[in-house]
Design a protein around this ligand. Structure first.
Ligand SMILES: C[S@@+](CC[C@H](N)C(=O)[O-])C[C@H]1O[C@@H](n2cnc3c(N)ncnc32)[C@H](O)[C@@H]1O
Length: 381
């Protein structure tokens, strides 16, 4: 079980720190573990490259930076609010929620985890909740430490799951996370459709950049659809899990670059190199750390991150997708930032929330919608 430690990580949220945690949805941990220093430029396209390594952490390395570019032109059209709802798919559905908890089905297991947004009362009787296979208890913050209890029998750390047609491992981690954020499936479905369209039209191989990629499910969905993928995460452990998932998904030969690096540092370098991407997914935690202690603070660094991402979009870009969780903000905050960043680019910015609808014990009985995160997506039309 991974027990990521990141002293500066404030609990809660999905992800975090690369160093391991999902800092707000965070992963795996890692963080500050010695990591290898990037050894030169990563291959532009490699079937199964070794993860780039990061250098042994010394002190928080100052991340090279640049000023925001001044953006002119019209802001893109807007579509708000857009609520992207998933009702479960593949091996996942939300069974019930309430009383600060959620009861989810992940393949064979029913799992109970804290859920601060569930202010209402559960629909199902307590005796059904008590039949859960795994219960996370501990800090109520999203990235808070805690422990798993297995009321029926001890379970292994991982188990097989499948979502969006991709096989991977569910995983009981120390931060209540289970190796996947199923609300993201709406972004994966959108991306898969766009990549397959481009493949059908034989325009070109679609290049996807997945920043803060965690266990790699989005990267694998993109690769399975035919994209060339660059996956970046600061957690060596998360990258290891992502590579395990790649094997499980039978995508060993797919062109995925696994890069263990600070996301900001990586994109600054890509900008200098002139590398471009057709789709960029970025799902940053509120707080995180790069492998060399580089600090990521969403409220300080998001404007520059989006600014650089815009420069990384190819001339035939398909989309720039931002998800933000565990922050005190309205979707309008990231929506207007995205529109300012994309001034003069045309297209539209659509923003709102990702929600998961309860589906009951049978996975087919719609109930309440549980909000999971904010998103903003620029698309060319
Ligand atoms: C919430 S998770 C992302 C979840 C992922 N998008 C998904 O759907 O599975 C946040 C990830 O950001 C990584 N991270 C935190 N700080 C980072 C940084 N400075 N650079 C790169 N990755 C970082 C963490 O290791 C973690 O895997």
């Amino acid at each position: 079980m991974n027990a990521l430690k990141n002293k500066e990580r404030r609990p809660a949220g999905r992800g975090q720190a690369a160093a391991g945690t999902r800092p707000s949805r965070g992963p795996a941990g890692q963080a500050r573990s010695p990591s290898p220093k990037p050894s030169g430029r990563p291959p532009e396209k490699a079937a199964k490259p070794a993860p780039e390594k990061a250098a042994k952490p010394t002190q928080a390395a100052p991340v090279e930076t640049r000023a925001l570019l001044s953006r002119n032109g019209e802001r893109p059209a807007e579509r708000v609010p857009v609520i992207l709802e998933s009702a479960g798919a593949g091996d996942f559905h939300l069974i019930d929620s309430g009383n600060g908890l959620k009861l989810e089905q992940y393949g064979p297991y029913r799992i109970v985890r804290p859920e601060a947004q569930a202010l209402w009362q559960p629909s199902l009787p307590a005796h059904l909740w008590e039949k859960a296979d795994a219960v996370f208890t501990g800090d109520t913050d999203e990235d808070g430490m805690g422990r798993w209890r297995f009321p029926k029998e001890a379970l292994g750390e991982t188990w097989p799951l499948s979502l969006a047609g991709v096989d991977f491992l569910g995983r009981f981690t120390a931060f209540r996370h289970v190796g996947v954020f199923p609300e993201q499936i709406v972004h994966w479905d959108w991306m898969k459709a766009r990549v397959e369209e481009a493949e059908r039209e034989k325009e070109r191989p679609v290049r996807v950049l997945n920043l803060f990629g965690y266990t790699g499910v989005a990267s694998l969905v993109a690769a399975a659809a035919g994209a060339e993928v660059t996956h970046v995460d600061a957690s060596k452990k998360a990258i290891g899990w992502a590579r395990e998932n790649q094997a499980l998904a039978r995508l060993d030969k797919a062109p995925i670059r696994w890069i263990c690096e600070d996301a900001m540092k990586f994109i600054l370098r890509e900008e200098r190199r002139g590398n471009r991407y057709d789709i960029i997914l970025t799902d940053p935690p509120k707080f995180g750390r790069g492998p060399n202690g580089e600090v990521w603070q969403l409220f300080d660094h998001l404007p520059l991150m989006l600014d650089i991402c815009r420069e990384l979009l190819s001339s035939k870009a398909i989309g720039l997708v931002l998800t933000a969780y565990s922050i005190r903000a309205s979707f309008y905050s990231i929506h207007e930032l995205m529109r300012e960043t994309m001034r003069g680019a045309g297209g539209a910015v659509e923003s709102g929330e990702l929600v998961i609808r309860e589906a009951g014990l049978d996975g087919k009985s719609p109930g309440r919608a549980l909000s999971t995160s904010l998103f903003s997506r620029w698309v060319p039309a």
